[in-house]
Design a protein around this ligand. Structure first.
Ligand code: SF4
Length: 168
């Protein structure tokens, strides 16, 4: 599990994550190959995973748009929290592919993170996260799952990762 920056209480009060405007949103979590197998082993319906290896959203029962198939909207909680995908664990940090470089970016739509952006706490966490992602085990994991490297627009703070050298 990736150590978390956002306290769980803050996430539980927020209404931002796990909801999507479009059914093919770029923000839908992309799954590692081993996560797909793990979910299928847990008898999760195959229709919950799209052909692009993303979580297939369902219509939001409480309004417009879509929600993740694993989101309990009444409780505002992830139903698979303990085994949620790598991308969900990483959020609001994102691996962003830009001009053949892999950079770590942050989603400034996360209110908790935006409040903490210029704090020593944020700086320390980011350094630890970069070290974690640059470790050989994570580089190898990401090299084996290039489909999770996506191009996101309009994100804040960029730090290039060692992985860039591996995929160039
Ligand atoms: S798997 Fe869980 S954390 Fe990830 S988008 Fe779905 S409900 Fe949210």
């Amino acid at each position: 599990m990736i150590p978390q920056f956002i306290p769980q209480e803050a996430c539980l009060k927020c209404q931002g994550c796990c909801r999507f405007r479009e059914s093919d949103s770029v923000w839908l979590p992309c799954l590692l190959e081993e996560e797909i197998q793990d979910l299928l082993d847990k008898n999760i319906p195959a229709v919950s995973i799209s052909i692009e290896r993303k979580i297939q959203p369902v219509a939001n029962p409480k309004g417009d748009g879509f929600i993740c198939a694993f989101f309990d909207i009444a409780a505002n909680e992830c139903k698979i929290y303990e085994s949620r995908p790598f991308e969900c664990q990483l959020y609001p940090f994102l691996l962003n592919l830009r001009d053949k470089s892999v950079i770590l970016t942050v989603d400034l739509n996360c209110p908790y993170l935006t409040d903490k952006l210029n704090t020593p706490e944020f700086k320390k966490y980011t350094q630890e996260l970069v070290a974690y992602l640059n470790a050989p085990k994570q580089i190898s994991l990401l090299k084996n799952n290039p489909h999770i490297l996506q191009a996101y627009e309009d994100l804040g703070k960029t730090i290039e990762l060692k992985l860039s050298d591996e995929i160039k």
